[in-house]
Design a protein around this ligand. Structure first.
Ligand SMILES: NC(=O)c1ccc[n+]([C@@H]2O[C@H](COP(=O)([O-])OP(=O)(O)OC[C@H]3O[C@@H](n4cnc5c(N)ncnc54)[C@H](O)[C@@H]3O)[C@@H](O)[C@H]2O)c1
Length: 452
């Protein structure tokens, strides 16, 4: 099949590369010339395990191309995936300007029937807006009879395991209209995704609005579990319980399960924060206050401060003369994505309090430099007190404490005696509960976990 992917970011690039790997001919479009140039010169703009290899073999096979040519992109694909960003607007609602710009481009250039697939996370009702945007352009060109149908196909991949998730999805949600055109589009999508359904049927077919809603419901549920555990973790500290034991105690109940119950420094990334906000906003637009999700968001906001509060409680609010090693910058392991990463909150607060920071992350350093320059645009001189260090053990040299923000595997089992010798003081703030408090106390570390 000839496929066009509009928006070559985390979702678009993975979708395009993986669909090419199945034998489709995929045209990836982006408005970002630098991104397209990088891809065309063999680079990959994001870190995602396994992705580079998939891209390389499909570019080599002539099945995957990258371009900024809008007309060519519309001409190429009988299926047009919209995978552009939907960042939060000022009021928290999803900003649809990129989705609608992509829709208008399709309407402006299409010359034959298209299946238009919304893969971006978009609020309920967006498919109608996409339809209207395409129709308006077709009408202007006097081509109102040209057929197209909209499919909602939200993406559930996780950054850090995106290739694996895309090629072995738990489910493929397809929202289609109950019209002949909708059913025809469904048949096309079933054919495209058939290779993923060989072992068992993973497709969930529903109406468009339910499909759009499903994506928000999934992220809202996961965010809720995290905030729930974070709130209980803070209480566990007060009452002297260990939240990690509690997690295992409740996770063993199959109705609850173990996943997404880790206490930590709060959720970040490009999805949970903005999707929870957008769903709250959708509720408001329909006269409904989503009280639980408002609490989920408020708890998460506070939780991002939890490490900072622990550091202040230990050293006071003036951190001049103190040096902190910080392990982990990306919002989670196996990605270089720094969108809404808790490390940004921690770094800004500690630098503003006078501290020096020696930071390590296996892949997110460049992204971290870029976003922290924005976060500290009002006080750029503070960035001089932030150094990025290549090796974790070098970052701890002479540090007053080590702060763990992201649970990369490489931090799992440090050489404790060597760590202690390198540091000025053996103090650890473990924002991801990576370590066992008792073991660290045995190794003579002062240990501060979350909820333990
Ligand atoms: N990142 C994730 O883990 C994830 C998972 C599931 C769903 N989603 C959703 O998928 C969507 C995309 O997310 P992302 O993380 O890939 O975003 P991203 O910011 O990484 O990529 C979006 C890309 O779209 C490009 N773009 C913007 N307007 C364009 C246009 N008119 N034509 C062509 N390209 C255009 C941008 O330059 C950018 O490269 C969002 O709605 C997001 O919520 C993301």
């Amino acid at each position: 099949m000839n496929i066009t992917i509009i928006g070559t970011g985390y979702v678009g690039l993975v979708t395009g590369a993986c669909l090419a790997d199945l034998g489709n001919h995929v045209f990836c479009l982006d408005v970002d010339q630098a991104k397209i140039d990088l891809l065309n010169s063999g680079g990959v703009p994001i870190y995602e395990p396994g992705l580079k290899e998939v891209i390389e073999r499909n570019v080599e096979a002539g099945r995957l191309t990258f371009s900024t040519d809008v007309a060519a992109s519309v001409a190429h694909g009988s299926v047009q995936f919209i995978a552009v960003g939907t960042p939060p607007d000022e009021d928290g609602s999803a900003d649809l300007q990129y989705v609608l710009a992509a829709a208008r481009n399709i309407g402006r250039h299409m010359l034959d029937a298209k299946v238009v697939v919304d893969k971006s996370t978009v609020p309920v009702g967006t498919a109608d807006k996409v339809t209207a945007a395409i129709r308006a352009e077709l009408a202007q060109r006097g081509l109102s009879d040209l057929g197209f149908s909209i499919v909602s196909n939200p993406e559930f991949l996780k950054e850090g395991a995106a290739v694996e998730d895309f090629t072995r999805p738990d489910r493929i949600v397809l929202g289609v209209d109950d019209t002949p055109a909708g059913q025809q589009a469904l048949a096309t999508m079933r054919q495209l995704y058939a290779p993923f359904n060989r072992n068992h049927e993973r497709t969930r077919v529903m109406d468009v609005k339910s499909a759009e809603f499903t994506k928000y419901a999934a992220n809202a549920m996961l965010a809720t579990r995290i905030s729930f555990m974070n709130e209980l973790a803070n209480l566990a500290e007060q009452v002297g319980a260990d939240i990690e034991l509690v997690r295992q105690g409740i996770g063993s109940d199959p109705r609850i399960g173990y996943s997404f119950l880790y206490a930590g420094t709060g959720y970040g990334g490009s999805c949970f924060p903005k999707d929870v906000q957008a769903l709250i906003r959708t509720g408001r637009e329909h006269g409904q206050t989503l009280r639980m999700l408002e609490a989920v968001e408020a708890v998460n906001h506070d939780q991002k401060q939890v490490l900072v509060q622990k550091v202040f409680a230990r050293y006071g609010r003036d951190l001049s003369g103190k040096t902190f090693a910080l392990w982990g910058l990306a919002f989670k392991p196996n990605t270089n994505d720094m969108r809404d990463a808790p490390s940004r909150v921690v770094i800004s607060a500690l630098l503003r309090a006078g501290a020096r920071i020696l930071a390590h992350d296996p892949v997110a350093e460049d992204e971290a430099r870029r976003v922290l320059a924005l976060d500290l645009a009002d006080a750029p001189a503070l960035l001089e007190k932030l150094q990025f260090i290549d090796k974790p053990m070098e970052a701890v040299q002479s540090a007053d404490a080590l702060i763990i923000v992201t649970e990369w595997k490489v931090y799992r089992s440090p050489n404790w005696p060597a760590l202690k010798t390198a540091m000025k003081a053996a103090v650890i703030f473990d924002g991801r509960n990576m370590y066992e408090p008792e073991q660290l106390r045995d190794e003579s570390f002062e240990y501060h976990g979350i909820g333990r």
